[in-house]
Design a protein around this ligand. Sequence first.
Ligand SMILES: Nc1ncnc2c1ncn2[C@@H]1O[C@H](COP(=O)(O)OP(=O)(O)OP(=O)(O)O)[C@@H](O)[C@H]1O
Ligand SMILES: [Zn+2]
Length: 470
Amino acid sequence: MVQIRLTNSKTRRKEDFRPIDPENVRMYLCGPTVYDRAHLGNARPVVVIDVLDRLLRHAYGADAVTYVRNFTDVDDKINATALQRKEAGAAGTLEELIRERTEKTIGWYHQDMDALGAARPDHEPRATEYIAEMVAMIETLIARGHAYAAEGHVLFEVRTFEEYGRLSGRSVDDMIAGARVEVSPFKRDPMDFVLWKPSTEDLPGWDSPWGRGRPGWHIECSAMSEKLLGTNFDIHAGGIDLQFPHHENEIAQSCCAHPHSEFARVWLHNEMLQVEGKKMSKSLGNFFTVRDLLDEGVPGEVIRFVLLSTHYRKPMDWTAEKAAQARDTLWEWRKLTAGVAPSAADPRVIEALADDLNTAGALSVLHGLKGDPAALLASAQLIGLLGEDLGAWFASSGDADGPDLDALLKSASSKFVDIRDNAKITKDFSALDGYKSALTEAGVEVRMTKEGVDLVAGPRLDLGKLKALL
Ligand SMILES: Nc1ncnc2c1ncn2[C@@H]1O[C@H](COP(=O)(O)OP(=O)(O)OP(=O)(O)O)[C@@H](O)[C@H]1O
Ligand SMILES: [Zn+2]
């Protein structure tokens, strides 16, 4: 097996990856805060880590990886969204509105990430189910002198952790200068961050030694990763936007609660998906969701292809041109591999992936495999492409339940045969020609066979137009 190498943000070097336990490689990815649809930027870490997950399973065994990705279902942004809805007249208590929204968002998230071919993690812990673990960790931090309670809050005292800032390579003073840190009267130092905060009656809250309250965001990941992966695990991933302060704070909490632990050995950070040079983000409002693209008829597989065509450590843009090229390439590959059984993945594809997840390199190897469809198929499947039949591929676009493409094509072909049979009697073939060109216009390939006609969905299939022809 080829040696996997990953760029570790902690050491700023590309390093040989050596798992703590090769029989159980453990990986954590910071998941979404569930108050709204995932935008395309949010999908980037999911697709990148899905490829890493596949590579690790290829290398160490399908059952030798534990992949955890959390849902942050308690957060001020969630509360604010629910409050807005309540003020706009939505029925129910604030707590009910919050729960309704987080449940719904988790469902959307699953649908959208499934459409991108990202396998579900082994564990998807929800923060609200790990409050006891968070409280226990905060108590440990207080007992060890790294945190203090003040006015219903508990704060982590950053100056008590010498290594603070090491991951992002900044000193505490630089960070104070560069960051918008919240100054509060009860903080000993402006850099100190919240582990626990009080909740008003209408906000979600849990009883704690510091009164009724709720956890800060950072402690969620420390507590959940410890519970599910232990105090030392292999890989911690997330977007580069989370490196500071979120990951810096996770390290401070976990390493101070367990002084002899390393926490995560390798830190992997993906660069940002951008729009005109700026990070795609909810706060900037320059985003579109994965669902927007799927609804426009961009298959999930095309989105995945585009995301993989740039190395994860480089910023990238989404463009319609990239999507069109991806669609054409995938279509060509699908035609080449139709009815072919996959052989083994080309070793060069594995080498490219093992070299710090060089997915763009892997795709260029695939381009060269057109002469060997069996290897092309196996290699594409290794990175999560060409995995499903075409029906499922197109079904992932359009409405959430997915149209049954096979059924649509079947009714179109029986209609075609009726028109043809009629034309044979009347000797007027114009209606048949008209139907044929309408099908072509809808992106369907019409192949005449001895028995009748074979209709095949093409890369530019327009489901709306096809439906209109039935
Ligand atoms: N533009 C982007 N490109 C790549 N990854 C991103 C981008 N925006 C967010 N992420 C990643 O998405 C994951 C989920 O992040 P989170 O739920 O905190 O985002 P958010 O707060 O909803 O989005 P935003 O950052 O747009 O306000 C994190 O790993 C984060 O690093
Ligand atoms: Zn996290």
